[in-house]
Design a protein around this ligand. Structure first.
Ligand SMILES: Nc1ncnc2c1ncn2[C@@H]1O[C@H](COP(=O)(O)OP(=O)(O)O)[C@@H](O)[C@H]1O
Ligand SMILES: [Mg+2]
Length: 280
């Protein structure tokens, strides 16, 4: 009887040890599987980043070269030209090419700042940033200038000023760039307000508008409808910048009627407002 009892106890202990081992190894296996999945996700992310970098380097080297080639060609023709007004025309074309290249380099700087700089939250005046962005376009003197109106219902907001500046500069610059020369009244309306726990910014224009089948692509890196107008980096950077701030950007457009971009940024939660007022 005692022998049977011993055998049963031994079996019980062996079973208990086996079950503990099974539980231990299955937990370990589960952990390994999870970390394998995580590594795969990280690997895929790295592959995507690598692809994006490859595309980036290929496109920027090509796009940075083309204005240089064009300026070189113009210098060569201008050297053989005696007519002053013709030479002035060539100089204007060179100026256009260099301005385009300058804008492209600024886009690359924004791209890298947006990727590298940490999100730094502070109190920012939307009104001031909008005025700054508008003033950068006031040198464009035209016979039919664009009327820009502001309706600022949210001004001092808590966000990252670097990203907000990138967003506003790009959207306002696009609204100016893609205005419709054929319209007698060119108009841009910039509106800001608060909705629920978000800041909302709207940039509306009555410019050339965007075709329906292009709407999905405009936020892609290097997507342009007219190569001479820009690099195609702007909206890609704007979308990334909005996402860094946990926000989003939406577009509504109709060809030949106009375009509205709406940026929504959530208000940062648990933010110590008193700290800002003493620091700024
Ligand atoms: N306000 C706008 N009105 C019409 N088209 C626009 C507007 N903003 C952007 N687009 C279209 O989206 C494309 C991508 O914009 P973006 O990335 O800023 O590049 P870029 O300004 O360098 O051309 C532009 O080439 C243009 O076709
Ligand atoms: Mg642009």
């Amino acid at each position: 009887m005692a022998k049977n009892y011993l055998i049963i106890t031994a079996i019980f202990f062996i079973l208990a040890i086996i079950s503990i081992l099974v539980i231990y190894y299955s937990a370990k296996l589960k952990k390994l599987m999870l970390s394998k999945q995580e590594t795969e996700v990280q690997n895929n992310n790295l592959l995507n980043i690598n692809k994006e970098l490859d595309k980036f380097v290929y496109s920027i080297s090509h796009d940075l070269r083309s204005p240089i080639i064009s300026v070189k060609g113009l210098v060569e023709i201008a050297q053989k030209e005696d007519n002053i007004s013709q030479i002035k025309e060539y100089l204007n074309l060179m100026h256009q090419s260099l301005t385009q290249q300058d804008q492209f380099i600024r886009d690359i700087i924004d791209y890298s700042r947006n990727k590298r700089n940490q999100v730094c939250i502070e109190s920012v005046s939307l009104n001031k940033l909008i005025d700054e962005a508008i003033s950068q376009h006031q040198h464009i003197k035209e016979e039919n200038p664009i009327t820009i109106t502001k309706n600022i219902l949210a001004d001092e907001i808590i966000t990252d000023s670097l990203r907000l500046r990138i967003i506003l500069n790009n959207l306002i610059s696009n609204a100016v760039k893609y205005s419709d020369a054929n319209k007698p009244f060119k108009h841009i309306a910039i509106k800001t307000h608060e909705k629920d726990s978000c800041y909302v910014m709207e940039i509306e224009d009555n410019g050339v508008g965007i075709k329906k089948d292009h709407l999905q692509k405009i936020f892609d890196m290097f997507f342009v409808t007219d190569n001479n107008m820009g690099s195609g980096l702007g909206l890609y950077i704007v979308k990334e910048a909005a996402e860094y701030l946990n926000g989003n950007i939406a577009v509504n457009s109709e060809k030949n009627i106009g375009t509205t971009f709406t940026v929504t940024l959530p208000k940062p939660k648990d933010f110590d407002f008193s700290k800002i007022s003493t620091e700024t």
